[in-house]
Design a protein around this ligand. Structure first.
Ligand code: GTP
Ligand code: SPV
Ligand code: MN
Length: 593
């Protein structure tokens, strides 16, 4: 295959090749044969390492550059003709300046390399939800990841046809120089340019760049929603499945919740969990007036550290074969390990930096040397998850009963509360905050406001994004109920006081009950909180005092929180919707009562 039937696509590929000057252009057809050929080539070039094929068939290992291990938000730009349209929470550049800056870096950067053309579909191929993108890249690692994370190849070109629309995604490694690294979005041109990075979120352009930044921009125009949310189904013993969507910031538990295993104490109830997606939800109102969702992705790009057979057995099963491991510890026997992983701590290995590693090693500052980077990731096919929903390929998606927001808060936010109505729920999402994690560069642990977990991913003015949420709620006949959870409350010594993981089902059970008009709750200034006896704690050894602490709403602390929120809202000036201000004032009144 040398070209497509789509003239616009062919012309654009030609133009990019003239800029980047690759030796060769290869179109990705999605075949196993081509994939194996690329794996071989990448192994030969040292771009990836073949893992122990007996124990981990089809698995490969990759190390990024040392300065390229997480998303770089400072270098991520929304380039619109008006600065106002990017809004106060995005880094902005004039498209003409951005193109010029990146063009200089792309120029001739693929000399001696091959440029791969990856046609991909976000969402089931041909579904009314789906969008087509084409990524050009000089990285086989990117190609292999895209083949897992998206539906890619000839079938997508067939759907694209002669004159279909697609997002133009150009990626080049260039020198992997942090001073020449940019992740640029041009929503007005349906274009993404990423240069100088080899890290997942920066380079797998179907993921955060298309599905969220360009996606959210398109969603506002076309009346749907593109959200940083997991999607899961909870099946009761009678076979009824309720689907929920949950937005938590990066590295705050989406993958884990989406693959939840019911705790022993609730086993007798016979719940089953179905995983639809672990990171992104595209949602649309259907003719029934409800919100329906698809997962635009076809794989998981999950945090490795902390993943083990106890915390997330379904993730462990998902990565047994055909998976890529990035920045984890490479063991002598050609298998991998990470901090908080299964098995004994290996006696030796090669760490994510490529250095010889032994447990307990200290660096020059006396700090423990990690075998795996805290943001080390696995890439695994969605279909390998034992709990994968049989509806992931349904063009129609699944109906959403509840939307859940959450973050990492050592204090303040109770284990769970329900918002008073959609508008209040949007306020709850807009005022989300979380402690910073290793998924992005910056000071770890610092609290930052992260509305709807979309702060780094909203492709337009966030004030307009809040308005869009409010508008969607008004349209729906049966809008999902909106909740807020916090699995991460701590005691004075910094220990988590809620067991989390599988036990989170106890909270979801209450959430679903509330959606059906059941479930005991008491009204507090911030919303409905479960009464002391409302959660089923069967088989859980937790003392009532801790539960009280978990469900406590401290008016004094919430008053302080309001001040912080007020500061944050100032950023938006007149772009903050009046409904959000109303909710702020109403909450203030309820707290002061
Ligand atoms: P991204 O892929 O970055 O969007 O992250 P994510 O939201 O999918 O987060 P993930 O599920 O990978 O979890 C990140 C970290 O949070 C891991 O270290 C988990 O072990 C930890 N974690 C997840 N769920 C819980 C929980 O219920 N309680 C506690 N204490 N930790 C959790
Ligand atoms: C996140 O950071 O939210 C991720 C990983 O899911 S990345 O692909 O890097 O965005
Ligand atoms: Mn994510």
């Amino acid at each position: 295959m040398t070209q497509s039937k789509n003239k616009k696509l062919n012309a654009w590929v030609k133009k990019c090749a003239e800029l980047c000057k690759p030796d060769k252009i290869v179109w990705i057809d999605g075949s196993e044969k081509q994939k194996h050929q690329l794996e071989k080539e990448a192994c030969k070039a040292g771009e990836i390492i073949e893992l122990n094929q007996k124990q981990m068939p089809g698995c490969f290992y990759h190390r990024t550059a040392l300065n390229d291990v997480a998303r770089t938000e400072k270098l991520t730009l929304i380039c619109t003709s008006k600065k106002r349209d990017a809004g106060p929470t995005n880094h902005w550049m004039l498209p003409k300046d951005a193109y010029a800056k990146a063009r200089a870096i792309f120029k001739g950067s693929m000399k001696g390399h091959t440029m791969y053309v990856i046609p991909f579909s976000m969402g089931p191929v041909g579904s009314p939800f789906s969008k087509i993108g084409v990524e050009l890249t000089d990285s086989i690692y990117v190609v292999l990841n895209m083949l897992i994370m998206t539906r890619a190849g000839q079938e997508v070109l067939d759907v694209l046809g002669k004159d279909g629309e697609f997002t133009k995604c150009l990626h080049g490694k260039a020198d992997l120089d942090i001073d020449k690294r940019w992740i640029m979005h041009f929503p007005e041109d349906n274009t993404i340019w990423s240069v100088g990075s080899g890290y997942g979120g920066n380079v797998l352009l179907g993921k955060k760049c298309l599905s969220l930044r360009i996606g959210s921009y398109l969603a506002a125009k076309e009346n749907w929603m593109a959200e940083h949310m997991l999607i899961m189904g909870i099946e009761d013993p009678y076979g009824n499945i309720e689907y929920i969507a949950a937005a938590f910031p990066s590295a705050c538990g989406k993958t884990n919740l989406a693959m939840l295993v019911p705790p022993d104490g609730l086993k007798a109830k016979g719940y089953r969990i179905w995983t639809v997606g672990d990171d992104i939800a595209w949602m649309k109102m259907d003719v029934d007036g409800r919100l329906w969702a698809v997962n635009p992705e076809n794989g998981f790009f999950g945090v490795a550290p902390g993943t083990n057979s106890k915390t997330n057995p379904n993730a462990v099963a998902s990565v047994k074969k055909n998976s890529i491991f990035t920045n984890v510890l490479l063991k002598k026997d050609g298998t991998v390990w990470w901090e908080g992983g299964d098995g004994d701590i290996p006696e030796e290995g090669t760490d994510w930096k490529g250095n010889a590693w032994r447990p307990g090693m200290l660096d020059e500052e006396g700090k423990m040397v990690h075998g795996a980077h805290p943001n080390a990731r696995f890439t695994a096919p969605l279909k390998q998850c034992p709990t994968v929903s049989n509806r992931v390929n349904q063009p129609h998606g699944v109906p959403i009963s509840a939307i859940i927001f959450g973050g990492r808060r050592a204090r303040l936010a109770p284990l769970v509360f329900e918002s008073l109505n959609w508008q209040h729920g949007v306020y709850v999402g807009a005022t989300m905050a979380s402690e910073r994690t290793a998924a992005q560069y910056g000071k770890q642990g610092e609290i930052r406001r992260d509305p709807m977990a979309m702060l780094p991913f909203c492709g337009y003015n966030m004030g307009d994004y809040f308005k869009h949420w409010l508008k969607m709620g008004k349209k729906m006949k049966q809008a999902p109920k909106i909740f807020h959870v916090n699995w991460f409350k701590q005691d004075k010594d910094g220990n988590f006081i809620w067991p989390g993981f599988g036990d989170n089902l106890r909270v979801l059970e209450w959430v679903i009950a509330r959606c059906k008009g059941k479930g005991k709750a008491k009204k507090t200034p911030i919303g409905y909180v479960p009464t002391a006896d409302a959660l089923d704690l069967t088989g859980l050894d937790i003392d009532p005092k801790t539960m009280q602490q978990l469900l406590h709403v401290d008016k004094k602390e919430w008053k302080k929180e309001l001040e912080n929120i007020g500061e944050f809202f100032k950023k938006f000036g007149k772009d903050l919707p009046k409904e959000i201000k109303e909710e702020y004032n109403a909450l203030q009144r309820r707290i002061e009562q």
